[in-house]
Ligand binder design. Structure first.
Ligand code: SF4
Length: 359
């Protein structure tokens, strides 16, 4: 039947001049540019990490780094899939020049080189600066949640997380302050339902107003919480514990404190609280709002890109140090991808100009 498309190349076709690896990759393929950028840098800080006298000759670090970064740019993170691609996908085969990479080697390499990787990250940014693609105008901070790859035994319980969320996050701002009646007076009851809640559905710490002079908090009812003691927990910064002395007859008690608690509501405050409060004030000024609008684009676009385009929804590695290293790989790949896109555009523009001037 002649209806079906004929295969342009039969599997048993013998060719007189077999195409080289070099011929298989087009001139403007991003893998070429990536390799060019990686080759140009000095890899001596990576090379010192190798023994150099024992074992099989190692795969050069620029090849290993290239595979991991190129994989991240192509939404491939699994070391098993990278191993497969290095023998079956022509762009990867070109990048590794026909070498065979074992998945365990990729895995170990990924978590091993944090310090020199930092330098690679800096150098990629510097390349962007030299090309005029990056300007250092403002520093923007933002955060995003990426699923951890934690062992079940090390996972925090919902209870512990709620305590941390209450003591660390809810106090970052004072959103309720604006709505709490002047001079910490009693709130109209209709407004109480709108007061922010923490993870345990109780009044968030942001409902309480701190008085720096008196070193105490005032609750929404205007009752005072004095500092009772300083908590020292291993792995955490010291926190001052403020407690309400008298919660008797409070109409908010059901939503403010534990029904089984024998004593008054508590609030924790650490050394960073003044900075958070200053930040809140700044963010609610007109200049702060304008800067925030700028930050939304500067800091949130990369997160969106990393999560959606690069598919980073969960870390592969475990432990804070390794996760930091993995995140550094991801950020370096993100910057490289932006860089390659910009360079690709510049090249296309240049090629168009050349065609226009010669025709
Ligand atoms: S329970 Fe205590 S701290 Fe909470 S609002 Fe009532 S009086 Fe204030």
């Amino acid at each position: 039947m002649e209806y079906w498309d004929k295969a342009p190349r039969r599997r048993d076709q013998i060719v007189l001049f077999a195409p080289t690896l070099e011929d298989s990759i087009s001139e403007d393929h991003p893998v070429r540019l990536l390799e060019e950028i990686l080759r140009q840098r000095d890899w001596s800080d990576w090379e010192v990490e190798y023994d150099g006298t024992r074992g099989r000759p190692p795969i050069p670090p620029w090849v290993m780094a290239g595979v991991i970064l190129y994989g991240l740019m192509r939404r491939v993170r699994s070391s098993h899939i990278l191993e497969y691609l290095c023998t079956h996908s022509i762009d990867y085969v070109w990048l590794v020049e026909g070498r065979t990479l074992d998945y365990s080697t990729i895995c170990k390499f990924r978590s091993r080189f944090r310090k020199p990787l930092k330098d690679l990250f800096r150098q990629v940014v510097k390349v962007g600066m030299r090309m005029g693609l990056v300007t250092l105008l403002k520093v923007a901070f933002d955060g995003t949640r990426v699923k951890a790859n934690a062992s079940r035994s090390q996972t925090w319980t919902a209870e512990k997380l709620e305590v941390v969320a209450d003591t660390r996050e809810d106090r970052q701002t004072l959103p309720a302050v604006d709505r709490i009646e002047e001079n910490f007076g009693a709130k109209p009851e209709a407004e109480w339902a709108n007061l922010p809640r923490n993870g345990r559905k109780k009044l968030a710490a942001s409902c309480f107003v701190y008085d720096a002079e008196a070193d105490c908090y005032y609750c929404p009812l205007g009752r005072v919480l004095h500092c009772e003691r300083t908590k020292h927990e291993p792995g955490w910064e010291a926190q001052r514990l403020y407690r309400a002395q008298d919660c008797s007859g409070c109409p908010l008690a059901a939503v403010c404190r534990d029904p089984h608690a024998k004593r008054g509501r508590t609030i924790l405050r650490d050394a960073h609280e003044p900075s958070r409060e200053r930040m809140y004030q700044r963010m609610h000024s007109p200049e702060g709002q304008a800067t925030y609008a700028l930050r939304m684009h500067a800091a949130e676009t990369p997160f969106a890109f990393i999560k959606f385009a690069m598919g980073v929804r969960q870390f592969l590695l475990r432990g804070l140090a390794k996760v930091r290293t993995e995140w550094l790989w991801i950020c370096t790949a993100y910057n490289l991808r932006k860089l390659l896109t910009a360079v690709g555009r510049l090249r296309a523009k240049f090629a168009k100009m050349v065609v226009e001037t010669t025709s």
